[in-house]
Design a protein around this ligand. Structure first.
Ligand code: SF4
Ligand code: SF4
Length: 475
């Protein structure tokens, strides 16, 4: 057992307002530069939709992530030797039109135009060429389902559903999906880089691009199935979300989490067994990857795990944080949070609590079938395709628990007694419900963000593992 600690995030989609506040400080601090105009390390998409860049979830097009079975793993786009052979031609890269051509407005015309019959206008102009342009796509083009009746027909999460039905006015549904880099346990971006410029930090698992070593081959861009590495056209280097590591090292939350208006984000430590990464990522069945991913995570309340973690040099501050981790509770103990598209096999570490949605029918009787009947406006199948490789059972289980919590709290407030039957049917105790309520509804900063400070000098140098051809491939 090789124990490692990962700083990770959970987002509760039930509470996201789609306000984009999270994107703004991230943009201001990290990508407010030439060559980075089109980059959004944090972006917020409306689902259903094809997102940013266009159709990022469709690996038939983008060839990101891994293929795996029976303990065999290979990059979907092919091995590193194949990349060396074709290093000057990468056909899997998204084009700028798949993101959007960044633009600004000709503001100067508003103040410098001579007096005339009509008010001057500020026309859009390209931030790359400086020429006037027609805006045809942007990072939030599908905001609040705008145009989704056309674009969302290509949303892969409709697999197995009659998408035409769900895009009609009467049956339409939506929710927001904020996205950052997943800081994966098995990052395809790292394995794809011919220069060995991407690496995963030993002490906290944050995935970074070494700007000195990056040669701009862009295989990380195409290799990442979440499309969370971007190419800076002015610098000729790749860039990505850095999980605000200078803040994390000081025990502070990322800017997106700190600024989140809906308070949907949780940051904490997860201990995991690095020896199990390859078997988990190469699980034969796509739907088995989520369960295998859960099995990698170690119980921080287990005395043997703590003893071994100390012996392997995990700092005490990380161990204490792991025991107080809101993520362990949400993802492992309560089964409420899920990794996006586990079938990409990168073992992502930014997980989501699925959104509850309005009921589409009045529930009757004991409501014992909360987890069975299709009573939610958002189809279980859609959420399962997004978060569980199509397996509906874990999603139904999580939503049943969230529903039971809501019913029980309502009964407590209105009838002044808890609805123990609802809790019972969701396999929950009153204590568990109280704890869930505190964490999901009224948690303070110190409960949502349990982040140990880091002493970088004590950390193993991941470059020691690297050969002349970069880090060892996982296959
Ligand atoms: S989500 Fe982040 S860590 Fe995972 S493959 Fe993409 S860029 Fe790499
Ligand atoms: S700030 Fe929070 S609530 Fe607003 S869009 Fe971002 S994640 Fe959602």
């Amino acid at each position: 057992m090789k124990i490692k600690a990962q700083i990770a995030m959970v987002m509760n989609l039930d509470k996201c307002l789609g306000c984009h506040t999270c994107s703004i400080p991230c943009k201001q601090v990290w990508t407010n530069r030439q060559g980075a105009e089109y980059m959004w390390f944090n972006n917020v998409e409306t689902k259903p939709g094809i997102g940013y860049p266009k159709k990022w979830e469709n690996q038939e097009i983008h060839k990101g992530g891994w293929l795996g079975s029976d303990n065999n793993l290979q990059l979907r786009a092919g091995s590193r030797s194949k990349k060396f052979v074709g290093i000057f031609h990468n056909p899997d890269l998204p084009r700028i039109d798949d993101y959007y051509e960044p633009w600004t407005y000709d503001y100067d015309r508003l103040v410098s135009s001579p007096a005339g019959q009509r008010q001057p206008t500020a026309r859009p102009k390209s931030s790359i060429t400086g020429h006037p342009m027609d805006i045809k796509w942007g990072p939030n083009w599908e905001d609040d389902l705008a145009g989704a009746n056309e674009t969302a027909l290509d949303d892969v999460n409709f697999s197995g559903l009659e998408k035409e039905v769900y895009l009609k006015f009467k049956d339409v549904f939506m929710f927001y999906l904020p996205r950052i880099c997943e800081h994966c346990l098995n990052p395809a971006c790292v394995a794809s880089c011919p220069s060995g410029a991407l690496y995963k930090r030993d002490e906290d698992g944050i995935v970074l691009v070494d700007q000195e070593r990056c040669r701009g081959w862009r295989y990380c861009v195409s290799g990442c199935p979440y499309k969370k590495v971007y190419f800076n056209w002015a610098k000729g280097r790749s860039e990505k979300c850095v999980f605000c590591y200078p803040r994390i090292e000081s025990g502070l939350p990322t800017l997106c989490a700190h600024s989140c208006v809906g308070r949907i984000r949780y940051i904490g430590v997860i201990l995991y067994d690095a020896d199990k990464i390859k078997p988990a990522a190469s699980t034969s069945n796509d739907q088995g990857v989520y369960k295998a991913h859960l099995d990698i995570m170690l119980n921080p309340h287990d005395a043997d795990v703590m003893f071994e973690a100390r012996a392997q040099g995990i700092p005490e501050t990380f161990l204490i944080a792991a025991q107080r981790s809101p993520l362990y509770k949400l993802a492992v103990e309560w089964g409420l949070a899920f990794p996006p598209h586990p079938e990409f096999r990168t073992l992502p570490m930014v997980w989501y609590v699925p959104p509850l949605s309005p009921l589409i029918q009045e529930l009757e009787g004991s409501e014992a079938d909360l987890g069975k009947s299709d009573f939610m406006r958002i189809p279980f199948k859609y959420l399962a395709n997004l978060l569980c490789a199509g397996d509906e059972a874990p999603i139904r289980f999580a939503l049943k628990r969230l529903m039971a919590l809501r019913k029980s709290m309502r009964s407590l407030r209105v009838d002044h007694k808890p609805d123990l039957q609802a809790l019972d049917e969701a396999n929950m105790t009153q204590d568990m419900a109280d704890e869930m309520y505190k964490l999901l509804a009224i948690a303070k900063n110190e409960d949502r963000f349990v982040i140990p400070t880091t002493k970088r000098a004590d950390s193993e140098n991941m470059y020691d593992d690297r050969g002349i051809l970069g880090f060892p491939t996982k296959s």
